[in-house]
Design a protein around this ligand. Structure first.
Ligand code: C5P
Ligand code: MG
Length: 190
């Protein structure tokens, strides 16, 4: 199994690259942000809980996010591997993911971080907001909060997997193809 974490700040291109990776490698793409947006659009209890946090650019509490992720992974017993996009966002989420995969007799193969500077991220997300319909993409103060939360709570996950020699850093500026080529080089060496 190849189990990949696509890592990086909001707007760094994780979703775009995940779509290309699953074309080339047979992996199941799990975006916790997309799962939350699905729940919110259907006004489910989970969606209504998540909305309170997402609307402010905060993280949904670990217990909720980890439970949702676990259900999704367990619904794919046939999977040859997974791409985790937007998860784990905290150290407890990383520990829970490792425990879940250990229970399946597998583990994370690599974490690939897309590096993009803050001002570029803000430009990209504001542009995405014009068409994404996401309220959290359309307000600069919410975007800045998402970046702050990323720096304080999520960035440590890079070091957590670095200690396991699994973290790779890739320049997230360039064409979609150039960035994908760099990701492929990492994956083909695993
Ligand atoms: O991953 P994405 O940027 O699409 O996530 C959108 C929002 O969903 C985040 O800003 C955050 O509020 C919430 N989220 C979360 N925990 C995750 C993934 C997403 O709280 N693991
Ligand atoms: Mg995304």
């Amino acid at each position: 199994m190849i189990n990949l974490i696509l890592f990086g700040p909001p707007g760094s291109g994780k979703g775009t690259q995940a779509a290309k990776i699953i074309e080339k490698y047979t992996l199941i793409h799990i975006s916790t942000g997309d799962l939350f947006r699905y729940e919110m659009s259907h006004d489910t209890p989970l969606g209504m809980q998540a909305k309170e946090y997402i609307g402010k650019g905060e993280l949904v509490p670990d217990s909720i996010t980890i439970g949702m992720l676990r259900n999704k992974v367990e619904s794919h017993p046939e999977a040859k591997g997974f791409i985790f996009d937007g998860f784990p966002r905290t150290i407890p989420q990383a520990e829970a993911l490792d425990a879940l995969l250990t229970g399946m007799e597998t583990s994370i193969s690599a974490l690939i971080a897309l590096e993009v500077q803050d001002e570029e991220i803000i430009k990209r997300i504001m542009l995405r907001g014009e068409t994404s319909g996401r309220p959290d993409d359309s307000d600069e103060s919410i975007i800045r909060n998402r970046i702050e939360v990323y720096n304080s709570e999520t960035a440590p996950v890079f070091d957590y997997y670095k200690q396991q020699n699994k973290s790779y850093s890739i320049n997230g500026i360039g064409t979609i193809e150039e960035i994908f080529d760099h990701i492929s080089e990492v994956l083909d060496d695993l």
